[in-house]
Design a protein around this ligand. Sequence first.
Ligand SMILES: NC(=O)c1ccc[n+]([C@@H]2O[C@H](COP(=O)([O-])OP(=O)(O)OC[C@H]3O[C@@H](n4cnc5c(N)ncnc54)[C@H](OP(=O)(O)O)[C@@H]3O)[C@@H](O)[C@H]2O)c1
Length: 250
Amino acid sequence: MQLEGKTAIVTGASSGIGAEFSKALTEKKCRVHGIARRTERLEKLRSQLGNLFIPVTLDVNDYSAMERWVTDTFHGDNGDPGSSPENGTSTGPDILINNAGLGMFGAIDELPPEHWDTMMQTNLTSVFRLTRLIVPMMKASDTTNHIVNISSVAGLLGNPNISGYNATKFGLRGFSEALMKELRNFRIKVTCIYPGSIATGFFDEHGGTHPNMMQGSDVANTVIHLLETPDNFLIDEITMRPLIPKPPGK
Ligand SMILES: NC(=O)c1ccc[n+]([C@@H]2O[C@H](COP(=O)([O-])OP(=O)(O)OC[C@H]3O[C@@H](n4cnc5c(N)ncnc54)[C@H](OP(=O)(O)O)[C@@H]3O)[C@@H](O)[C@H]2O)c1
């Protein structure tokens, strides 16, 4: 896909890899609707990235607000004013990056059920809810579209004390594989990515980052490569890891 003039939705755009995806996409002259709850972070990003970045304050778990936003932004008279076939840009979203997510860790007998529910809703159910709103527009499009789901190596390997997070990311893997087979003949690519540790705010409550973690920009560059592949070429899964995962000196 040629990214210039295209329209993307990135969830979890206010920090970490979502902010890096937004930066990399706007550098390619792609319009980005960046969804997150923290308005001030999104506004700061707009001041850095320019008007191709459109801040969207939304909680992905507020399904009626999300539905209203999709309708207001992409359908009818209120359609996205910056995008139209006349000015060479597309009207509906060409790219959906389902990235918003969080990890709440703990032993099975200590993990509060509310933490399980929050992870399930944010990491998995909201992906289903947003994707089902976007897919009809992608099916109606006469160009190739792309959905990228951000799982984790925790979507491939179970480990102690992260059972809830594991369950959401394994779930996202199954969802992505099914969707890939369901949507390929509509010219909609589906890719699921499985990163190891990346230096982001994800670790604010899990011991902090260290210099051997991957950088968000490396993950974003890989996603740009995925999106720019030729139309009839699909990379459906990518695992990425730091070469040496342990902190320096450990
Ligand atoms: N960092 C890693 O090592 C790593 C490895 C593998 C996979 N991942 C995955 O990568 C994704 C991004 O994480 P990150 O590492 O970039 O961490 P991060 O900096 O904490 O970013 C998480 C993003 O998700 C958004 N978010 C969380 N709950 C939300 C909600 N209810 N509604 C809307 N947005 C919400 C946050 O925005 P607001 O708080 O502003 O809403 C934030 O922008 C997650 O799915 C994570 O599981 C991370």
